[in-house]
Design a protein around this ligand. Sequence first.
Ligand SMILES: [Zn+2]
Length: 113
Amino acid sequence: MHELSLCQSVIETLQRESLQHHYQRVKRVRLEIGPFATVDEEALRFAFEVARSETLAEGAELEIIRSEARARCRSCSNSFAITERFDPCPLCASHELELLSGEELRIVDLQVE
Ligand SMILES: [Zn+2]
């Protein structure tokens, strides 16, 4: 399950950061997930529960924020929010788009003690 390895790397990041920022426990993690990230939210929540056990994030709450995807049109340089990967440009209807964001999974912030 690929969500589990994602969560394990999130936990590893938390552990690494805890040494730099001197915290012992993580109480809440906010993750931002782009609409085109290949992540299943249910699976991610389950994987997080597995990955956090016996770590500094044991019992931590997981909050998931869905970010919006943005693309830029290569024909008219318009940049806009998209909901489907193959949406056309709303101005010129071109499909020549460059995806600016939407595939990311990142830690937005933490509540620690
Ligand atoms: Zn366009």
